[in-house]
Ligand binder design. Structure first.
Ligand SMILES: *Cc1c(COP(=O)(O)O)cnc(C)c1O
Length: 374
């Protein structure tokens, strides 16, 4: 069994994808070919945003908006500590300071602690609070009912990291449409993935849209050799855009299939381990199906018994960002985020993708239950 079976997906769409790739090769517009613009329009439509700017990765999709806001040394950006490294790394890349915030039982940023951390930074006065990066971790929307008003009240920009959340929604409003700018990733293992690196940014603001496009291409002005500002080489390849157009065509169906898989896991497992929070307001993209076990000992036993049965499982994430060596070396005094530290010893992600069979989910569930009860 594979953790995310991209091979099964490719088999399902092979004729369309192969034709799309051949189309790009025949037209040989490898950079900024027409497929990129077509994809941008389709993605903006999909998540209900006015504009989309495709780029080279999810990390660039976070870095470019920070450059656009002129975030730099002396600035504070609030980020959850329980996420992929990139969420905080992009803040450090532009020279600013990530301020790590707790998460709650949904695995997303804890709004009480967010309020608390904003108040602390405002009171200390050594850093200028600039923005919040919220993450839709494992596919579930962060608590935008609270985050959006908080950002407005404190005059902070809100950058949504929807790298894992693309396809999910909060009361029908899609991830990728929250805050001032949203970022997503098309890394192959994400809910909507390409066959290499890729990413995209979304906004409703015409001015922001123009700036994101400029920074994506070396800060270009009127044309390629007129540079108005410092930017990066952050384009999405035409080949990846062509592949994504084919994958987007089956994405809704795949998302429904992910719901079905997650429901089956939860039905099997809810009586013996902590299963992911679900409710009527949230439609998760189920980038991961992540359970919580009692402690690292029990988790190791479950992982080992799964592995003996040829079933891969993953720990997302074993080390919270505030405890990463990169941040210790940066001379930060380690913050204490007790809940984040606790769940990093409990979480285990099980195989999750739209092509899982019911019997496979049942087999994984049986092994987890037997290991927990032992
Ligand atoms: C994957 C991921 C990213 C980075 O995306 P890349 O395309 O790998 O650069 C950023 N944030 C989160 C939460 C992610 O899961």
């Amino acid at each position: 069994m594979e953790f995310i079976d991209l091979g099964r997906q490719y088999q399902a769409i092979k004729p369309m994808v192969d034709k799309a790739i051949r189309g790009v090769l025949d037209a040989h517009a490898y950079i900024s070919g027409p497929e990129v613009g077509v994809l941008e329009e389709q993605l903006a439509d999909f998540c209900g945003r006015k504009h989309c700017v495709a780029c080279g990765s999810g990390t660039e999709a976070l870095q470019i908006p920070l450059m656009m806001y002129g975030v730099g040394p002396g600035d504070a950006v609030f980020v959850p500590s329980f996420t992929f490294f990139s969420t905080a790394e992009c803040v450090s890349l532009v020279g600013a300071t990530p301020v790590f915030v707790e998460v709650d039982a949904s695995f997303n940023i804890d709004c009480d602690d967010l309020e608390n951390k904003i108040a602390i930074v405002e009171a200390e006065g050594s850093l200028r609070p600039r923005g919040i990066i919220s993450v839709d971790l494992f596919g579930r929307s962060a608590d935008y009912d609270r985050i959006e008003p908080l950002a407005k009240e404190h005059d902070l920009f809100l950058l949504e990291d929807a790298a894992q959340g693309f396809g999910g929604a909060l009361r029908g409003k899609r991830n990728g449409s929250f805050g001032d700018v949203s970022a997503t990733s098309f890394f192959p293992a994400k809910p909507l993935g390409c066959y290499g690196d890729g990413g995209a940014m979304f906004t409703d603001d015409d001015g922001i849209y123009a700036l994101l496009k400029s920074i994506r291409e070396h800060g270009k002005g009127a044309d390629k050799y007129d540079n108005e500002r410092i930017g990066i080489n952050g384009r999405l390849d035409t080949l990846q855009a062509a592949i994504l157009i084919e994958k987007l065509a089956i994405f809704e169906e795949e998302l429904e299939r992910r719901q079905w898989c997650a429901e089956r896991y939860t039905k099997n497992l809810a009586s013996c381990v902590m299963t992911p929070l679900v409710d009527d307001a949230h439609y998760s993209a189920w980038a991961q199906y992540t359970i919580r076990l009692n402690d690292t000992g029990q988790r190791a036993r479950v992982q080992e018994e799964l592995s003996e049965a040829g079933i891969p499982s993953m720990i997302y994430y074993p080390i919270p960002l505030h405890q990463q060596r990169a941040y210790a070396l940066a001379g930060r005094k380690p913050a204490s985020l007790p809940f984040t530290e606790e769940i990093s010893c409990q979480v285990l992600s099980l195989p999750m993708h739209p092509y899982l069979e019911g019997e496979e989910i049942d087999r994984v569930s049986d092994i987890v239950m037997a290991a927990v009860r032992r």
